[in-house]
Design a protein around this ligand. Structure first.
Ligand code: SAH
Ligand code: SF4
Length: 353
C-alpha cells in the first residue's frame, strides 16, 4: 500500500470548509461561494474562482490544492456512446471511470478503491489486487471529471453508478460522504434516485447502510452471481465469511425499511452459473422482495478462462425467472470493444509498460 494521498480541497465537507474559512478570518458567505465554484460551476482550478479575493485563492491553492485527476488514457467505443478514461490521482495511483450515453441518460461509472481486495475470480480489478481506498474527494472528482466533459458539449450528467473499481462498502465512510456530496441540492445536486451503489454484500457494512439514520434514496445493487453458497464461495471468495443468508437478511431489512426495489447483478458464465437450477435457486431467494435481476454476459479477462453464456443458455435461464414473475434485463454488451469491464484498461496499460 502507498502513503495516504495528500488532502485536496475536494476532501473538505461543507462544514469543514466553513470552519477553515472562518479560521482564516473570511466572512461567513465565503464557504458557500467556494462550494458553488467547486460543485455548481465545476471549476477545475482555484484561479477560476474570480469572486474570491486573490489572496484567498493563493492560500487555498497552496494549502488545499485542487487535485483534478489527469487523464492517462482514453478509449471510445466504435459507436461513440461509451468512453472509458484512466485517471491519475495525486499520488500516482490510477482508477478507471466510464461514461455511458444511453438514450437521454448520461451515466458515470466510478471507482471507490484503487484495485479491490475481494478477488472475484472473473473480475480484472479483483485479479490485480488491492492498492488503497479512495478519499471522498477522489470519488467525487471522478464524477466532476465527466460532468465537465459533458458540460463542454452542452450536456449534463444524469446518473452515477458505483460500479467501477473497488468494493464501496469496504470504503464505507468515504463512499457515503461522496454520495452526500453528490446529492447536496446546494452543490452538485444529483437526484438521490439517480445513484446506484453496487456491492458484493459485506454483511456488517450492508447492515450499517440499512440502518443509516438519513439513508439517501439510492438504488442498492447486490452482485450475487450465484444463489447457492457452494458456487458463490468459488466465484466471490468473501462469501465464505458473509454468506447468502446474511446478505438476504440485510436485503429484507432494507426492503422493510425503504420499500425500495433492489437490483441483483449476475455475470453469466457459461456452464458455471447459467443453469436452470441456479435460476430456480435465485427465484427462491428473491421471494418476498421487490427485485430486478441484471444479467451481464461475462466480459473476458486474461486470468479467467471461461466464456460468456450462449444465447440458448440465457433463454433457458430467463425462462425460469419469467415463470416466477421476476423482472430482469439482459445487459447489452456495449463497451465490450473498449474493455469497459472494470479494471481492464488499467490492467492493459500496466502490461504495456
Ligand atoms: N465491487 C462492487 C462494485 C464494482 S464491480 C461489486 O462487485 O458489486 C461492478 C460490477 O461489474 C459487478 O456486478 C461485477 O460483477 C461486474 N463485473 C466484474 N467483472 C466482470 C466481468 N469480467 N464481466 C462482466 N461483469 C463484470
Ligand atoms: Fe471487487 Fe467488485 Fe471486482 Fe469483485 S467484482 S473483485 S467486489 S470490484
Amino acid at each position: 500500500m502507498t502513503e495516504k494521498p495528500p488532502v485536496s480541497l475536494y476532501d473538505l465537507s461543507f462544514p469543514a470548509l466553513q470552519s477553515l474559512l472562518e479560521e482564516w478570518g473570511e466572512p461567513p458567505y465565503r464557504a458557500r461561494q467556494v462550494w458553488e465554484w467547486l460543485y455548481v460551476h465545476l471549476a477545475d482550478d482555484v484561479g477560476q474562482m474570480t469572486s474570491l479575493p486573490r489572496a484567498l485563492r493563493e492560500r487555498l491553492a497552496a494549502e488545499f490544492p485542487l487535485y483534478v485527476p489527469r487523464v492517462l488514457a482514453t478509449q471510445v467505443s466504435p459507436d461513440g456512446l461509451t468512453r472509458k478514461d484512466l485517471l491519475e490521482l495525486a499520488d500516482g495511483e490510477a482508477v478507471e471511470v466510464v461514461l455511458m450515453r444511453y438514450e437521454r441518460r448520461r451515466t458515470a461509472c466510478i471507482s471507490t478503491q484503487v484495485g479491490c481486495p475481494i478477488g472475484c475470480v472473473f473480475c480484472a480489478t479483483g485479479q490485480a489486487g488491492f492498492r488503497r481506498n479512495l478519499t471522498a474527494g477522489e470519488i467525487v472528482a471522478q464524477v466532476l471529471h465527466f460532468a465537465r466533459v459533458l458540460k463542454a458539449e452542452g450536456e449534463r450528467l444524469s446518473n452515477v453508478v458505483l460500479m467501477g473499481m473497488g468494493e464501496p462498502l469496504l470504503n464505507y465512510d468515504a463512499t457515503m460522504e461522496a454520495i452526500r456530496r453528490l446529492i447536496d441540492p446546494q452543490g452538485f445536486g444529483l437526484g438521490q434516485r439517480h445513484i446506484t451503489l453496487s456491492t458484493v454484500g459485506i454483511f456488517p457494512q450492508l447492515d450499517r447502510l440499512v440502518q443509516e439514520p438519513d439513508l439517501p434514496q439510492i438504488t442498492l445493487a447486490i452482485s450475487l452471481h450465484a444463489a447457492t453458497n457452494d458456487l458463490r464461495n468459488r466465484l466471490v471468495p468473501v462469501n465464505r465469511r458473509y454468506g447468502l443468508d446474511a446478505i438476504f437478511e440485510a436485503c429484507r431489512r432494507y426492503f422493510a425499511r425503504t420499500g425500495r426495489r433492489i437490483s441483483f447483478e449476475w455475470v453469466l458464465i457459461a456452464n458455471v452459473n447459467d443453469t436452470p437450477q441456479q435460476a430456480a435457486a435465485l427465484a427462491k431467494r428473491l421471494k418476498g422482495l421487490t427485485a430486478h435481476v441484471n444479467l451481464i454476459p461475462l466480459n473476458p479477462t486474461p486470468a479467467y478462462h471461461r466464456e460468456p453464456s450462449t444465447k440458448e443458455a440465457i433463454a433457458a435461464f430467463t425462462a425460469v425467472l419469467e415463470r416466477h414473475g421476476i423482472p430482469y434485463t439482459v445487459r447489452l454488451r456495449r463497451g465490450i470493444e473498449i474493455q469497459a469491464g472494470c479494471g481492464q484498461l488499467r490492467g492493459k496499460l500496466k502490461v504495456a509498460g
